[in-house]
Design a protein around this ligand. Structure first.
Ligand SMILES: Cc1cc2nc3c(=O)[nH]c(=O)nc-3n(C[C@H](O)[C@H](O)[C@H](O)COP(=O)(O)OP(=O)(O)OC[C@H]3O[C@@H](n4cnc5c(N)ncnc54)[C@H](O)[C@@H]3O)c2cc1C
Length: 399
């Protein structure tokens, strides 16, 4: 059986490796000319960690990971206003937690996939025919993907893992052309830069700004690089170039570390809207959506990468080695996985104000919650409030 995967992001690579493991011949179509290097630090935990373990991919990720000792909220004068030990998360996630750069997850997954799947770079998909499975009256039709350069590919199965602004999604009958993304009123920026002096001063602390309507976070990497990750209030879901430049200027004045990080930003930075994808049906014919294309939970739920990998395993397990009834497998995947992602989307909505307080009261509440978090017995309660039940204790899904 042949599978086409659109997108060599985290979800696409994970499903490519999982299907290849089960005997599928997999071709991945990726629009970028080479591996993408953009992105910032992701805290990796939850069902994706468990899935990566069971797929045999975890060591490829773990060897690129970092661990931090504390998170500190620092005000513009440099004063630490709240702090908590990172082992709060490590304990809440039963030790299955690390921090890793988004591009390093892709590098680790590419290493894990190896030659088991063919990855075609520079392959931008512009049109999809979802195809049909055969039945008594219909011989069926393969799924097809047409590329911008005129090439076309067909297969028994097409997985749309092409991210939050998915092109594949638009070709699923029954999916509205607009209104699928729920903007959470925030915009995000991220980049990595080399600054050993700043890295040394940050040490093993994650340093977050204690600020209203915007938040900047800095992590130092062991090799002298530093990652900047900023979230800022923005009512426009699609700001133009100048507006984006203005948005990034809004992080100025949050303290000497942040100003230094802004001064060193590279030409190419990751930036996107913070949104949920609420898609009425994840599949049609031989075509199915995965990851942010189907169920973006937003960075505020802290689980986009984790759910993309675990969703990939759930999908591959439902399909088996290809002998399974494809429509039934796709329906089974959605029925089991939709409730899990809906719970995380709810956490994403709830967390918006925790991440970026818009008033002084919310800021004080966050300081107080973080203070509570530093007191051992309530760690799990706060962690559940922040990340949802699927990370902590009961309700942890086993993909
Ligand atoms: C460059 C980049 C940087 C990111 N940085 C962060 C980050 O730092 N922190 C964070 O929490 N999340 C980040 N994200 C989002 C995060 O990777 C996803 O939320 C999560 O990993 C789910 O992954 P996904 O595979 O569903 O989608 P994505 O990771 O978005 O991957 C989708 C892939 O599909 C490709 N693609 C899109 N359209 C087409 C097309 N028409 N034809 C062919 N290929 C196509 C894209 O180039 C991309 O490689 C980033 C995404 C990207 C693309």
């Amino acid at each position: 059986m042949q599978a086409l995967v659109v997108g060599a992001g985290i979800g696409g690579l994970a499903v490519a490796g999982a299907l290849a493991r089960d005997g599928w011949q997999v071709t991945v179509l990726e629009q970028a000319p080479g591996p993408r290097t953009a992105g910032y630090m992701i805290d990796f935990f939850g069902p994706g960690f468990v899935a990566a373990e069971s797929l045999g991919a975890i060591t490829h990720l773990q060897r690129r990971s970092e661990l931090y000792e504390r998170a500190r909220y620092v005000d513009p004068t440099g004063r630490t206003r709240a702090r908590f030990p990172m082992d709060s998360f490590l304990n809440a996630a039963h030790g299955k937690f690390f921090s890793i750069l988004r591009p390093d997850i892709e590098t680790g997954l590419r290493e894990w996939v190896g030659n088991s799947a063919t990855i075609v770079q520079g392959a931008k998909v512009v049109s999809v025919e979802p195809g049909r499975c055969p039945d008594a009256e219909d011989p069926g039709m393969p799924a097809r993907a047409l590329l911008a350069d005129g090439r076309s590919f067909e297969a028994d199965l097409l997985v749309g893992a092409d991210g939050i602004h998915s092109a594949v999604r638009g070709f699923l009958p029954g999916t509205p052309a607009s209104g699928v993304l729920r903007h959470l009123g925030l915009h995000v920026f991220g980049y990595v830069f080399y600054d050993p002096e700043l890295a040394a001063s940050l040490g093993r602390d994650v340093v977050l700004s204690d600020s209203l309507v915007r938040q900047a976070t800095l992590y130092a990497l062991s090799d002298g690089r530093v990652t900047f990750f900023g979230v800022v209030e923005c009512s426009d879901p699609d700001p133009d170039g100048d507006a984006r430049e203005d948005l990034i200027k809004q992080f100025r004045g949050l303290g000497a570390h942040v100003d230094r990080a802004l001064a060193r930003r590279p030409a190419e930075i990751f930036e996107d809207v913070v949104a949920l994808a609420v898609v009425p049906a994840w599949s049609a014919g031989r075509c199915v959506l995965l990851g942010d294309a189907a169920f973006a939970v937003s960075l505020l739920a802290g689980q986009g990468a984790s759910l993309a990998i675990s969703g990939a395993k759930v999908l591959a397990d439902a399909l088996g080695s290809g002998g399974n009834d494809i429509p039934a497998a796709l329906a089974g995947y959605e029925a089991s996985w939709r409730p899990v992602v809906e719970q995380q989307q709810e956490a994403g909505r709830r967390n918006a104000r925790f991440f970026v307080p818009s008033g002084r009261r919310a800021l004080l509440l966050r300081r107080w919650s973080l203070h509570l978090m530093s007191l051992g017995p309530v760690n799990a309660v706060i962690a559940r409030r922040v990340f949802g039940a699927s990370v902590v204790g009961k309700g942890h899904p086993a993909p």
